[in-house]
Ligand binder design. Structure first.
Ligand code: RIB
Length: 326
């Protein structure tokens, strides 16, 4: 069924059918509008989106590429993207790379083939300064700044300052042997959190003991593994975790060793994902403006797509949320 056939059945022009479907029907009589809508419903007509996209050279679709949709950080980020995209008349396609660079490149290719109008991406933990194939699709990176060799938008959080604040909070609580468990130093996010940790320790006259640093991935398993490895041979009284999943893993390991939080070991996370206030004890963490990051990524991307003047970098603020794990 085509627009032309609907028009013939309704005895109107194809342009009239388009206007009724696109809500641009203020100059069309109510009787005609109702007749067209009735025939569309009876015939079960669904507009051909691809044909329309080719005609207007826009799919009104945004692709979002995320490294781990099981991590509530990215679920909340996707929510912020979806709500703002919908408010601006765009639909979204969500791609999960499982932190795998090959999948990341595959999805970049697929989204371009599907002619999305723009892409929002948080890179995998190991993607760093990859010069991907040159492509023209407008793109905004969220959170993990990497050099794609193109002029890309960036929505980020200052990571050094909150990491410094998290570590200083542990020092102020009396911790003298503070460990750091985080993702590998390949991505700037993790590098900057390490810098904040190091800055607070050195400022307090504490040395950096590399035996108390475990860098793997932003996952619960890494939190368990890191705590296991560090606590096997070393005594610590505080752990700064690169994200809340790591903190949850470390919490589990600490308890399995018969140690108490915060009495024996104090813990600080990073993100403040929705579950962090419900773990036992509720997690002291750094609250990232996750939902706002998603909103702002869409605002920036749509400005780029629709060729408006836009600052290509926006840095948002994160802050310490104190709970019972310290
Ligand atoms: O929890 C996932 C982590 O990856 C977050 O801290 C976020 O900043 C991203 O880098």
């Amino acid at each position: 069924m085509t627009i032309k056939q609907i028009a013939e059945l309704a005895n109107v022009s194809s342009a009239t059918v388009s206007k009724v479907m696109n809500g641009k029907d203020k100059n069309i009589s109510e009787a005609t509008r109702q007749r067209v809508l009735k025939i569309i419903e009876e015939e079960g007509y669904i507009p051909n989106g691809i044909a329309k996209s080719l005609k207007v050279k826009s799919t009104k679709t945004i692709g979002i590429i995320l490294p781990d949709v099981m991590n509530l950080f990215f679920s909340e980020l996707a929510r912020g993207v979806e709500d703002m995209a919908e408010a601006k008349g765009y639909s979204i396609i969500i791609c999960n790379t499982d932190n795998n660079e090959k999948k990341e490149q595959k999805y970049l290719q697929i989204l371009q083939e599907k002619m999305v109008d723009g892409i929002i991406m948080t890179a995998t933990e190991s993607s760093a300064n990859n010069i991907f194939c040159k492509f023209k699709t407008p793109m905004v990176l969220v959170d993990r700044d990497i050099d794609f060799g193109n002029k890309l938008g960036l929505i980020e959080v200052d990571n050094v300052e909150p990491a410094y604040e998290a570590t200083k909070h542990l020092i102020d609580k009396g911790c003298k042997r503070i460990a750091f468990i985080s993702s590998v130093k390949v991505n700037k996010t993790s590098v900057n959190r390490y810098i904040g940790y190091e800055k607070a320790l050195l400022e307090a006259g504490q040395t950096i003991d590399e035996n108390l640093v475990f860098l793997d991935s932003f996952s619960i398993e890494s939190g368990c593994l890191g705590a296991q490895k560090i606590l096997k041979d070393h005594k610590v009284d505080g752990i700064f975790c690169g994200n809340d999943l790591i903190a949850i893993g470390a919490l589990k390991e600490i308890k399995e060793r018969g140690l108490r939080v915060p009495e024996d070991i104090k813990i600080v996370g990073f993100d403040d994902i929705s579950i962090s206030r419900y773990v036992d004890p509720p997690l002291t963490t750094i609250k990232q403006p996750i939902y706002e990051m998603g909103n702002e990524a869409v605002n920036m991307l749509v400005d780029i797509i629709e060729a408006r003047e836009v600052d290509m970098k926006r840095t948002l603020k994160a802050c310490l949320v104190e709970r019972q794990s310290t």
